[in-house]
Design a protein around this ligand. Structure first.
Ligand SMILES: [Zn+2]
Ligand SMILES: [Zn+2]
Length: 156
């Protein structure tokens, strides 16, 4: 997005123009704290991916991700490690994660070229970033739609 004179500082989150959220500054860290980052994302582009790779690589039923706006992603500390996965299509993607604790941070093209896709679960603002779209629903776990029927406990 383009910032116009008179708009609030981009650091003020989220940014509004004519009532529409354009970009939101987020920051996050891995579980152990070795990796810290900041980025800007469009809250309207937060998505869920149900593909088999995302299930295995996230260790969960699906992954929540969002494309990073422009070149706004900045590593504030640490250096993520890359695991390059090859999709059935032959497409190679670099999966960047913390080498100390394994937390997934983002993905990019194999050579690191944007767009980067941030793993929203590592963002401090994740509670404000509900997903807007689901992809690879074909491989989604069928029990997901029944979650609200399960017994619930506030804590363990
Ligand atoms: Zn870590
Ligand atoms: Zn996926």
């Amino acid at each position: 997005m383009i910032w116009f004179a008179g708009l609030p500082c981009p650091a003020a989150e989220p940014a509004f123009l004519h009532g529409e959220v354009l970009a939101m500054k987020i920051d996050g860290r891995c579980h152990c704290g070795f990796i810290a980052y900041e980025a800007e994302i469009d809250p309207g582009k937060v998505e869920i991916c149900h593909c088999a790779d995302c299930q295995v690589l996230s260790g969960s039923a699906f992954r929540t991700l969002a494309p990073v706006e422009r070149d706004s992603f900045k590593i504030l500390s640490g250096q993520p490690k890359a695991y390059v996965k090859t999709a059935d299509s032959g497409n190679k993607r670099a999966q960047m994660f913390c080498p100390e604790c394994g937390t997934p941070i983002y993905s990019s093209a194999a050579d690191g070229v944007p767009p980067l896709y941030i793993r929203v679960a590592s963002a401090r603002q994740r509670n404000q970033l509900p997903p807007k779209t689901q992809y690879w629903v074909r491989s989604a776990q069928a029990w997901l739609t029944d979650l609200r029927l399960l017994p619930k406990f506030e804590e363990q």
